[in-house]
Design a protein around this ligand. Structure first.
Ligand code: AMP
Length: 418
């Protein structure tokens, strides 16, 4: 038997409705905020990610599915969604259409990670990107979308963590200061942190190791390195969030994994999840469009893990699948069964979710199936009734059953307001 690959999974029929519901909620929600959907291809040139996301990041250095296509071009299954969106934004000159381009997406992505609960190799994210404005109102809007969408889904125990990592200049100074502070302690650091010390020291702040967290407690504070402009920007973001009554906590260790962030960074976690508690992460990326060959365009966005949202919703309490059937037809005898097929066909054309037995089972089995289907109405037709141009109609909501003229069925169903 050929099985699915490690870290990948099937979304089976008894689960796909949850995805459909979430997708529909996302589309509705985004239209309220004036964002439009963008869809980009599943694979791109590897260079897009190595340049955009950064060579030293975990994603680019060890998690990408990359191959040499036709012996010529290095291609990669997309491991994140911002770089492709920015590539598309530049390629199609979307910025020319209006000063701010507000985009959202929901898509699959691929990372060669160690699979565990809430961590797959193919997973899904939805997210937004607002391109074209440096102002804090865009940061606040994007954060509000992330937070309010989760609230609207009913996810509880949310924690919004907020930080600013400043713009390029202060970051270089901060990296130096952090390295200077850590260098006498280099032997106490884990292998990963030692490597990061050389390649990407800010990422050491992401550590989950207790004694490193303790050590970092006395490290220089990134907020102390912000320029006056960065500070003003950050305080305005906070003021706007306060105004919208969106609760947040400041977390100066939250730097996010990707290289392209500038100024605001944020993350939303939920205690409904286990160790992989991050639901969404994002921030400002004022230099990425330029890095990828476009005009200087400040931007801000976030991405949220769809599987994690569904896990969080599960923890809160499993939701019931809404009934997929209005009417179930039960036929007795050959003629009645054939007439039923025509009848159900007509009902379906009128928009009723209708079903019948495709395997010619007994009446008892068909009745059982009608119960299982969740249908409110069961139509029962025997050859005798057919001859009399009649049909039995059973309303499972009040257990009432009656025989009516077949010509009256349409009117009768209409009155029931299924
Ligand atoms: P990132 O793109 O790494 O900032 O991740 C954004 C969000 O995607 C995280 O907060 C998670 O909810 C989700 N996520 C990241 N990696 C995975 C993964 N391997 N499997 C499932 N969800 C993930």
């Amino acid at each position: 038997m050929i099985r699915s690959l490690k870290g990948t999974y099937d979304i089976l029929p008894d689960e796909s409705w949850r995805w459909q519901t979430l997708e529909a909620q996302l589309h509705d929600f985004m239209s309220i905020y004036g964002y439009k959907e963008i869809r980009t291809p599943a694979f791109e040139k590897t260079e897009l990610f190595s340049r955009g996301v950064g060579e030293e990041t975990d994603i680019v250095s060890k998690e990408m599915y990359t191959w040499l296509d036709g012996g010529k071009t290095n291609l990669t299954l997309k491991p994140e969604l911002t770089a492709p969106v920015v590539r598309s934004y530049i390629q199609h000159n979307l910025g020319a259409l209006s000063p701010v381009t507000k985009l959202y997406y929901m898509d699959a992505l691929f990372r060669r990670e160690r699979p565990q609960k809430g961590r797959q190799r193919q997973f899904h994210q939805f997210g937004v990107e607002a391109l074209g404005t440096p102002f804090p109102e865009a940061d606040a809007e994007v954060i509000a979308i992330a937070y309010e969408f989760m609230i609207s889904l009913g996810i509880t125990n949310l924690k919004l963590k907020l930080n600013s990592i400043g713009s390029g200049q202060c970051r270089t100074a901060y990296k130096d200061a952090l390295k200077e502070y850590l260098s006498p302690h280099i032997q106490e650091l884990s292998e990963t942190s030692r490597l990061r010390f050389e390649t990407n020291p800010l990422r050491i702040l992401d550590t989950k190791i207790e004694h490193e967290i303790e050590l970092l407690g006395k490290a220089p504070d990134i907020l102390g390195f912000l320029t006056a402009d960065d500070e003003t920007h950050f305080s305005e973001v906070r003021e706007l969030l306060d105004g919208m009554k969106i609760p947040y906590v400041l977390d100066k260790r939250m730097v996010r994994g990707l290289d392209y962030y500038t100024r605001t960074t944020f993350e939303i976690t939920s205690s409904a999840l286990g160790s992989q508690d991050a639901l969404c992460g994002g921030g400002r990326y004022d230099k990425l469009v330029e890095t990828l060959g476009g005009k200087s365009t400040p931007a801000v966005g976030f991405a949220a893990g769809v599987e994690r949202l569904l896990i969080a919703l599960d923890e809160i309490g499993k939701t019931e699948e809404p009934s997929k059937t209005d009417i179930y037809f039960v036929g007795l005898g050959d003629q009645a069964r054939k007439a039923g097929i025509k009848l159900v066909h007509d009902l379906r054309k009128q928009g009723y979710k209708s079903n019948y037995d495709l395997v010619r089972r007994s009446m008892k089995a068909q009745m059982r199936e009608s119960n299982k289907s969740g249908a409110r109405i069961v139509l029962i037709l025997g050859d005798q009734e057919l001859e009399n141009n009649q049909i039995q109609i059973k309303d499972l909501e009040n257990s009432q059953q009656m025989t009516i003229n077949l010509d009256e069925l349409k009117n009768h169903l209409y009155k029931l307001e299924l």
